[in-house]
Design a protein around this ligand. Structure first.
Ligand SMILES: Nc1ncnc2c1ncn2[C@@H]1O[C@H](COP(=O)(O)OP(=O)(O)OP(=O)(O)O)[C@@H](O)[C@H]1O
Ligand SMILES: [Mg+2]
Length: 352
């Protein structure tokens, strides 16, 4: 797009030059004073040339605008495709994440069901006992069989463990609900308009659903500062953050590979006047000097097919820089790690 704008600018400069040259000729002609009529003729000719050139430029400008629109639509499509791809890839991880707590819930509920069967047997006996007592019948036999049943079904154990089992089930459900909420938030199609959003909450959701991408290789350390609501396209920012987190996980995976060691991914948010900052730092191998210039290029990747397509950073830069008027920068040291920093205006000046 920058190229097309350059071409147009060069054409405009060329037009200005042509007009200036023509003007000089007219002036020269007037001074050297040919007949008034030939000057008049010359003027008309010049006006025609200028009119034709202007028409041509207008057509070029319209073409350029149309091309820019097509390009913009393609970018949106590409981003949407990458988001769908990410959601697809994350789906397996999310299913896995949900599976563990669901297992808790299911085990705990099985225990509760068995305990309930034993308890209802005991309660029936206990009622027989109380009925005998109420009727003033000899209650000794009923009391004995009640006690026997209590022993048999290990009533003390059941009563001790029922509460915790229900708590575990509730905890498991809470985790499932959390993951599902995070997924919904992440996958939300978002509106065409920017809207004020809680970035800390959005980042926490993105980290929840991406957990399977990093939790085997890295500890996650979060440090959220109090932030104002930030006017943004939240779905796109979620995608950008996800891309950076997945890159961090890959960088760490490469250095810890096979060693059983784990790295650290630190996610920090900061409020700085009319800007907010999000930093995603990893303890991976760092970015080699010779590729630093290229990492934001679309389709530049050092990863094997199936692991990366080279779109992550290009899309993140596009979202942060072009759409939100923010900045995406990084510092990286070989063997130490990399920190990517997103800097966003709280209220973008020229929201798209
Ligand atoms: N945190 C990081 N540490 C080390 N290298 C990185 C890091 N982030 C990006 N890179 C380098 O930059 C390249 C481009 O990253 P980018 O996210 O654009 O593409 P990708 O991760 O290769 O593929 P995709 O994101 O499309 O799955 C990566 O292939 C990697 O070499
Ligand atoms: Mg990537």
């Amino acid at each position: 797009m920058a190229d097309a704008a350059d071409v147009l600018e060069r054409k405009l400069a060329a037009r200005d030059k042509t007009i200036a040259a023509l003007m000089r000729r007219v002036e020269g002609a007037t001074v050297s004073n040919n007949s008034a009529f030939s000057t008049f003729e010359e003027n008309i000719r010049l006006e025609q040339v200028v009119a034709r050139k202007t028409e041509e430029l207008k057509a070029a400008q319209e073409r350029l605008l149309r091309e820019m629109e097509v390009q913009r639509a393609l970018e949106v499509e590409l981003r949407q495709a990458q988001k769908l791809e990410a959601v697809g890839r994350l789906a397996a991880g999310v299913a896995h994440e949900i599976n563990t707590p669901v297992q808790y819930v299911s085990d705990s509920l099985s225990f509760v069901r068995e305990a309930l069967a034993d308890l209802s047997g005991y309660i029936a006996k206990a009622r027989e006992l109380s009925a005998a007592v109420v009727a003033d019948d000899p209650a000794n036999a009923a009391a004995q069989s009640c006690e026997a049943l209590a022993e048999e079904s290990d009533l003390d154990y059941l009563l001790e463990n029922l509460g915790p089992a229900v708590d575990r089930a509730l905890g498991g459900l809470e985790r499932v609900a959390n993951i599902v909420r995070a997924l919904k938030r992440f996958a939300h199609p978002g509106s065409a308009q920017m809207a004020p959003a809680d970035l800390n909450e959005a980042i926490a959701s993105t980290l929840t659903i991406a957990a399977n991408e990093y939790k085997y290789v890295a500890e996650l350390v979060t440090d959220y500062a109090e932030l104002p609501l930030v006017t943004c396209h939240l779905g796109d920012l979620n995608q950008a953050v996800l891309n950076l987190v997945v890159n961090a996980a890959h960088a760490i995976a490469d250095v810890v590979a096979g060693s059983g060691a784990r790295g650290t991914i630190s996610v920090r948010t900061r409020h700085d006047g009319d800007h907010v900052q999000v930093e995603i730092a990893d303890t991976g191998g760092g970015i080699p000097d010779e590729i630093r210039e290229r990492i934001f290029e679309p389709f530049f990747t050092t990863k094997e097919v199936g692991r990366g397509t080279g779109q992550g950073l290009a899309i993140a830069r596009n979202v942060i820089h072009d759409d939100h008027g923010g900045e995406l920068s990084f510092v990286s040291e070989r063997g130490v790690g990399t920190t990517f920093r997103i800097r966003l205006p709280v209220t973008p000046l020229r929201p798209r």
